[in-house]
Each structure stands twice: as C-alpha cells, then as structure tokens.
Design a protein around this ligand. Structure first.
Ligand SMILES: [Zn+2]
Length: 387
C-alpha cells in the first residue's frame, strides 16, 4: 500500500459517508466531485477559477494525454502536476474507456487492447502493464487499473467473461505497480512515488457478477475501489441498485468511486447508497451547450424568455457569473458565439456541482442527510427542465 495515501471515515449517516483522503498533493473531502480535465485542462475553466470555487481534485484522461502530447514528454516535464501547473490532487483513468469508445478498429485480447488512434490512425497496444506505466509517467495521485468496458446491454455470459478478464487485468496492474515501486524500470519515470491505485468492479447489471467482481478485486488489494460500467444507458433505478449493492460489498475503510456519473440527482442518490467520489463531463459539457443547472431547475440560456431578464442565473449561487452578470447578458454572449459565454457558463455549472457536494457533506456531518435528500429531490423533480 502507498504510505502517502490514506482515507479516514469521519462520520456516517445511514449508508452515506463523510470522509477525507490524503494524497501527496493534499487532502480531498468526500463525498467529492471531480471536474474532468481531459487534455490536462478542464474545458473553458482556468485552474485559478477551479481553485477559487473549491475544486480539490481533477481528473485527467490517460488515453488523450498518451496520444498527445505523450506520457514520456510529460514525464520529462516532471509529471502532470508540474506540466499543467496544478498542485492539488489529480486522478487519471486508465485509458480503457476511451479505447472502447473513441478509437478505430480496436481488438481486445487477453494481452490487452489493440487500437488505432482517433487522431492519426497510428497503432497502439494498451495492456494492463502499459496503462500502469503511462500513469506512473503522468504521476497522478490516484491511478486506475485497466478494465474492459462492456457495452450495455450484455448477456450474463458476456458480462461474466468480461468481468473475469478485468479481474485478471487488475491483478497484472497491481503487480506492475509493485514492480515500479520496488525497482527502476526502463522507459518509466515514476514522477509521483506516492501514487495510489484503485481497482474497478465490473459485472454489468448482474448482482451475482458484481459481488464476485467486488470480492475478487478486493482480494487483489488496492488503496480504493471504483464501480465501473454504469451510466452506459441502463435506467437510473437499475444504476442506483447496482451501485448500492456493489458499494455495500466494498471495505468500509477505503474510498469508493462511481465512474462517469452523473446528474445532481444521481450524485445525491448514490451518496445515499455509500459512494464517496464522482466524475462526469455533464456540468462542463452542458455549460458549453447553454444548459445550466440552478437551484430552481435546469434552464437553457438560448431561450427567448431570458433575452430581457436582468436577474442572475441563480440567485442562490455564489459564483462570479451569478454575482456579476444578468441572464440577458449571458444569453447575448451565447447567441453571439462569444468564448466568454463558455467560460462563464462552465464556472457556474461547476460551482453548482461543487456546492451541492458541500451541502451533502454538511448534511452527513449534521446527520440530516435524509431530509436534505428528500428536499433536494423534491425541488429538482418539481421544476421543469428547459430544453
Ligand atoms: Zn452561479
């Protein structure tokens, strides 16, 4: 286990957990939301602004950074933190999800995933060992194991085969990390010796496979555990049920990360089932499409009804966008294609997500999470969604 990574469970309220994990680049209070910084940058947001609104950890995408500018180039710059000028914690994914979703002509074998770059068609092999090496070069605080991402829906047999391969790959990732921790390996620069590694539970929507995967992944032994393969098209109630059953099977003393989820309601519902960490492109991507989250529901800033509205996006929001600008101005910027619209919208949506997490943490600390949850879901469901 990494001596530089630890997790403390500070309070619980039912299955909801208040915690804190410590990394070589600082601490993260959980439940936490991680803004997605695909190319070493959260789209349309400066690091300075992320720090100001309370982002304590961001996510980097290994697939993209590996293809461009390359993990070796980043290692020569001293690792991802120094290269991008972000001194707080970073989690990197394994690259597997993008290989499955973005690349051309991928082929999965026991050895790993062969694929062609979506940028220039160049051929690559992402094996469990290679995914571990790339993330060692990047030097994130939390690295993820390479897993197979199964399309939804999948049969029980296909989900079982895929999950068992992911368990074998998890074992190889862990073995490789232990090698890197114990001796120099040619071609790899361990830019963050305190890097932790999380295993990933798979198994589709099948409870028996999820439990088998959880037990086998915990058996390998990681600093934390993720729940993968959800938010891929299954109904919300199925996602909540699978996430909850999986979280309950994982060790209490380590963090649990639900990958790629979701709406604000999803975050609240999954915290209620024992999840500690989340990431999703939704707040940033929606912001760039003019879709904004507010305490009064979701709105689309393109709508004509905002054209002469002098009020803020959300009177309950503390962000710079809401403090400074009217809906009328934000709509004008968006309709004119001004880049400031993307920055202002992104800052607001991320503030909404991070503030929601802060309210969740306060509610768990005061043991009022259930009433918070009921109130939050009622306000969300009673409000119209503008498209
Ligand atoms: Zn705001």
């Amino acid at each position: 286990m990494s001596r530089d990574f630890s997790f403390t469970l500070r309070a619980t309220d039912g299955p909801a957990r208040l915690g804190r994990f410590s990394t070589p680049h600082g601490e993260v209070d959980t439940p936490a939301f991680m803004p997605v910084g695909t190319q070493g940058s959260v789209k349309a947001a400066l690091h300075r602004d992320l720090e100001a609104i309370g982002a304590t950890i961001i996510l980097g995408n290994t697939y993209h950074l590996f293809l461009r500018p390359g993990d070796a180039l980043i290692a020569r710059r001293g690792g991802l933190h120094r290269f991008i000028g972000w001194n707080r914690p970073i989690l990197t994914d394994s690259g597997g999800y993008q290989v499955f979703s973005l690349s051309d002509r991928r082929r999965i074998r026991e050895e790993g995933a062969e694929f062609q770059s979506h940028l220039d068609g160049s051929r690559h092999m992402l094996s469990p060992e290679r995914a571990t090496d790339i993330q060692a070069n990047l030097g994130s605080d939390v690295a993820m194991v390479l897993d197979e991402c199964l399309a939804y829906p999948a049969t029980h047999e296909a989900a079982a085969d895929s999950m068992r391969r992911s368990v074998r790959w998890a074992g190889r990732c862990r073995q490789r990390l232990e090698e890197l921790r114990s001796r120099p390996v040619e071609g790899v620069t361990v830019t963050n010796p305190g890097q932790a590694q999380f295993g990933i539970v798979q198994g589709g929507v099948y409870p028996d496979l999820r439990l088998e995967s959880a037990d086998a992944t915990v058996e390998v032994g990681f600093e934390g555990y993720a729940i993968g393969g959800l938010s891929v098209g299954e109904p919300s109630d199925v996602m909540y049920e699978v996430a909850g059953a999986t979280a309950a099977r994982l060790p209490d003393a380590q963090p649990r990360y639900l990958m790629g989820t979701g709406t604000p309601e999803d975050l609240v519902e999954c915290v209620a089932r024992g999840v500690d960490m989340f990431d999703c492109v939704m707040p940033t991507r929606h912001a760039r499409n003019g879709q904004l989250f507010t305490s009064q529901g979701r709105l689309n800033i393109r709508n004509a009804r905002h054209a002469e509205d002098d009020g803020p996006l959300d009177p309950a929001c503390r962000c710079y966008t809401c403090a400074r600008h009217s809906r009328a101005y934000l709509r004008h910027l968006y309709m004119s294609g001004e880049v400031a619209a993307l920055a202002l919208n992104t800052l607001h949506n991320l503030t909404f997500y991070l503030d929601t997490m802060g309210r969740i943490r306060d509610a768990i600390a005061f043991r009022t999470f259930e009433s918070f949850r009921r109130e939050f879901l009622r306000s969300v469901s009673s409000l119209a969604v503008e498209s």
